[in-house]
Design a protein around this ligand. Sequence first.
Ligand code: HXC
Length: 262
Amino acid sequence: MDYECIMTEVRGESALKTGLITLNRPKQMNALNDRLMDELGAALLAFDADDGIGCIIVTGSEKAFAAGADIAAMATLGHMDAWKAGYISRNWETIRQVKKPVIAAVAGFALGGGCEVAMMCDIVLAADNAKFGQPEIKLGIVPGAGGTQRLPRAVGKAKAMDMLLTGRMMGAEEAERAGLVSRIVPLAGLLDEAFATAELINALGAPSIALTKELVNEAFESGLSSGVKAERRVFHSLFGTEDQREGMDAFLAKRKPAFKHR
Ligand code: HXC
């Protein structure tokens, strides 16, 4: 697929590399139109299917991760247009199919659908200039890609209500305090930190990485009992892998593990 609205790149020195996806509609502050979301979905699935790739990073520009769904493309839609086009669900959920860790490296505005895409990623690194918000209320709509569901789970009800009902933005520090982002990084070092994080993960065993991601999502999306049961099943099953033996033997022998399943 020839990409118009994103750029892709592969980086890394070790066996497993990292796939970088850069959202790239600079004139529109990376507003998310159908084309961009189709391309993002295709690039994510291609990296996910590539055995040479361990982690995927999604980033935008220094000014904007993404300023939301493309308002110009939505402004004249009627109810049936939105419904028929499968607007929102058609390509906004692709990121949830990805089994490998996805790191959002967020600088500048992450608003509306942009904030929702960041929340669908597994690790969110925020540059010190990052600004998050769900301003849909100011447009007379509500978030459409999980914002009303993921934001309260991420930051709690009170802050989610505050953000969603006023449409105000929050800066990186407030976002970190609230648990919306994993870490704040100086803007100039954002991508380096994202790649360093990916490298740490790429050195580990692929099955336990993929299963950990699945289990954390289970915690996020289901009740405690089913999550704990799922975790126990996975815990037991990993004792059938060479990586478990190697990881534990290496620890006891005080050497670095050489995981087979990368
Ligand atoms: C289309 C957008 C856009 C968007 C910015 N632009 N955001 N175009 N859709 N979401 C365009 C502007 O129209 C402008 O184009 C150019 O980008 C630069 O933006 P400015 O507003 O001039 O820049 P600035 O004053 O710095 O303000 C930046 C901003 C503001 C705070 C990000 O642009 C803004 O509030 N944008 C809208 C944010 C928003 O409401 N997002 C939620 C969308 S709804 P021109 O041609 O004038 O230069 C949504 C629903 C998700 O996301 C549903 C899931 C499917």
